[in-house]
Design a binder for this molecule. Structure first.
Ligand code: HEC
Ligand code: HEC
Length: 448
């Protein structure tokens, strides 16, 4: 072989390597049986497109309240207000002032839930790493802390919730049409008469319940007045600096909290390697044999419906200011006053659940394995719930151990957006520590 042919061969070889190298990149992935099966199951469940979450900036297609059209100005203002400990101006004791925020109970790194079964805002101290280190402040009487008798819901994908809270009492439309007679001041549902959607209605009440103050003086002091002016320049000034418009901004922000970077979302958009085979098998069980999708539907895998699956209530976890007779344990029935609705709770969304290990309205389960086992066995754990109330869809699934593992893998990893930090502001205008600002939280959070 002379030098010339050697060179030729070398060039051929390089060409082949380049050719195969580039092919390998594009073609190494072969669509698997799991992919085909999932495509076909999703087609039977309304089509793949019905599960794709929009970009957080795609205001045209994010569900919203016509009274509160989404704008960047509102969403950005809401992003600050949600974390602003400077609004915490109506605590039970002066030393609670400016120590808590909405994000105290909706911690981003805990999937916008608290890091413990019961959220504690006013009356709590400490944060830990993800909110799990929050404890009661011994200087408060036991009846004084801001706590609720239900585990806080995640606010992720809130745009896909029509009527908010576990019993769905907020929102003057959608599922609450026909319930006007039971709207009352005591539970805040009187506000439904304003005719707003669930989020816009609830967050007016939420500011009050969670002991926050919104008025012109407060907004001037903290520096928010110009941001309200930008976001709500079409609202008369005498109405503008109010809980209603703070709620509109908060609601706009919450509508942008979309878990569109989860592996399942990338898979839906065409990247078949985004999920592992195990996660895909789990997804196939979710939409197939395990029947989860009969109740968990739509883009956030929640459901605009209420079912009784007989889980234990929050008082059993040692939570305070709630007990076996708490009317909140009646779920939807507490609100509608219709005994047919008793013990029925809203179907929650399923993204980023691995980030805080407390499941169901009473936080009765501590692992996703236990949740899946609960659905697999379908034996109600709460003896207060009459068997006749339990949903017919809650029935034994006969899953094998491997199937259970796959299902957990889909929920824990396939439905986990790893980048929720993008929804957290760099700083809030008060300059305070956030989401909490008591001295223990300051230490935990590394604020000086
Ligand atoms: C003390 C803890 C705590 C604080 C502080 C808190 N929340 Fe919540 N949040 C909860 C609990 C508990 C629920 C469920 C309540 C229920 O079902 O009755 C909830 C539910 C919600 C929901 C309903 C989600 C759904 O899917 O229905 C929204 C929205 C919400 N909170 C927004 C906020 C906003 C905005 C703030 C600040 C103004 C806030 N929260 C402050 C505990 C808290
Ligand atoms: C009959 C309707 C129904 C079916 C079927 C169903 N779910 Fe649920 N799911 C619910 C309801 C309702 C809740 C809230 C119950 C409560 O807390 O009282 C819930 C809660 C959950 C939670 C806890 C979420 C949280 O924030 O605490 C997970 C996880 C879950 N379901 C996963 C599944 C899986 C996996 C399947 C299939 C094996 C499934 N679900 C089947 C109705 C259903």
């Amino acid at each position: 072989m002379n030098f010339y042919t050697m060179l030729q061969n070398l060039l051929k070889l390089t060409f082949l390597v380049l050719l195969f190298g580039s092919c390998a990149k594009d073609q190494i992935y072969v669509t698997t049986d799991e992919d085909y099966q999932l495509e076909s199951l999703l087609t039977q469940h309304g089509g793949k497109d019905n599960y794709i979450l929009p970009a957080a900036e795609n205001y045209g297609i994010i569900p919203q309240d016509l009274n509160n059209p989404l704008t960047r100005e509102k969403a950005e203002l809401g992003k600050l207000l949600f974390f602003e400990t400077g609004l915490a101006l109506a605590p039970m004791h002066d030393f609670g002032k400016e120590t808590y925020s909405c994000a105290t109970c909706h911690v981003p790194s805990a999937g916008f839930r608290p890091g413990r079964p019961q959220g504690i805002a006013d009356g709590g101290i400490g944060f830990g790493d993800n909110g799990e280190g929050r404890a009661f402040n011994g200087n408060y009487e036991v009846t004084e802390p801001d706590v609720q008798g239900l585990r806080p819901l995640s606010v992720l994908n809130a745009a896909y919730v029509t009527n908010t809270t576990w019993n769905g009492r907020f929102g003057g439309n959608d599922l609450n049409e026909g319930t006007e007679a039971v709207w009352n001041e005591a539970d805040g549902s009187e506000l439904n008469h304003l005719g707003f959607k669930g989020l816009e209605t609830q967050n007016i009440e939420g500011l009050h319940v969670h002991r926050m103050v919104i008025n012109k003086d407060v907004l001037d002091t903290l520096g928010y007045t110009p941001l309200f002016d930008e976001a709500f320049n079409d609202v008369p000034e005498e109405d503008r600096y109010s809980p209603q418009y703070a709620s509109f901004a908060l609601s706009a922000y919450l509508r942008t909290l979309i878990t569109n970077e989860a592996p399942f979302q990338y898979w839906l958009k065409g990247n078949k390697t985004a999920m592992s085979e195990e996660e895909k098998r789990g997804a196939n069980l979710f939409f197939g044999k395990a029947n989860c999708s009969t109740c968990h539907r739509g883009r956030s895998l929640n459901g605009d419906n209420f079912y009784a699956i007989g889980v234990d209530d929050l008082y059993k976890t040692g939570a305070i200011n709630t007990n076996a007779d708490d009317p909140r344990n009646l779920g939807r029935g507490e609100f509608t006053q219709n005994s047919e609705d008793n013990y029925k709770f809203k179907v929650p969304q399923l993204y980023n659940l691995g980030d805080a290990p407390f499941y169901f309205h009473g936080a009765s389960k501590k692992t996703l394995e236990d949740v899946v086992e609960y659905f697999n066995e379908a034996t109600p754990e709460n003896f207060a719930v009459p068997p006749t109330q339990i949903s017919a869809g809650f029935k034994p699934l006969n899953l094998t151990d491997i199937e259970k593992r796959n299902l957990v893998s889909f929920i824990r990893n396939g439905l986990r957006d790893p980048n929720l930090e993008r929804y957290v502001p760099e700083a809030v205008l008060s300059g305070n520590c956030f989401p909490n600002n008591d001295v223990f939280s300051q230490m935990d959070l590394g604020c000086e």
